[in-house]
Design a protein around this ligand. Structure first.
Ligand code: RB5
Length: 155
């Protein structure tokens, strides 16, 4: 990531504890971030938080996002409904690196009920450091993904 990149982070109640651990990590590493909630462990709806972070990124106020729910699945599904968002659910470091190098993901999602703090911090570290490869085959594939969005498949 570039030195100018800012990180938007959010969770629902299922990801609240892990989000706090990730925020500690971001602070320790001096990343610039904003916590978009939730701010306690009361039940909330994950799409509300996926939308907050997704909007922050498509507006380019923030360049990368981290979304954490119980499994990471709901956040991923919701965030990927937003045009311009490429959210990747990663629970291993290889996927985290590929999600940037091949898929140019701009949001990382994880499940607070799936992985522990140590692995999650490594995944975040790898994902933040990785860069899109810019190889033409990946550019072509990303354009095809974009084309699906622009020409919705009707029922
Ligand atoms: C909340 O119980 C849970 O459903 C949510 O955190 C998430 O895992 C959804 O995908």
């Amino acid at each position: 990531m570039s030195n100018m990149s800012k990180i938007a982070i959010a969770s629902d109640h299922g990801g609240f504890e892990l989000k706090n651990e990730i925020i500690n990590y971001l602070k320790e590493k001096l990343y610039i971030y904003k916590d978009f909630g939730c701010f306690d462990s009361q039940p909330v709806d994950y799409p509300d938080y996926a939308l907050k972070v997704g909007k922050a990124i498509v507006s380019n106020e923030y360049q990368l996002g981290i979304l954490i729910c119980g499994t990471g699945i709901g956040m991923s599904i919701a965030a990927n409904k937003i045009k311009g968002i490429r959210a990747a659910l990663c629970h291993d470091t290889f996927s985290a690196r590929m999600a940037k190098e091949h898929n140019k993901s701009n949001i990382l999602t994880m499940g607070g009920r799936v992985i522990g703090k140590g692995l999650a911090q490594e995944i975040v570290s790898v994902w933040l450091m990785a860069e899109f490869s810019r190889e033409s085959r990946h550019i072509v594939r990303l354009q095809k993904v974009e084309d699906i969005y622009m020409n919705p498949v009707s029922n």
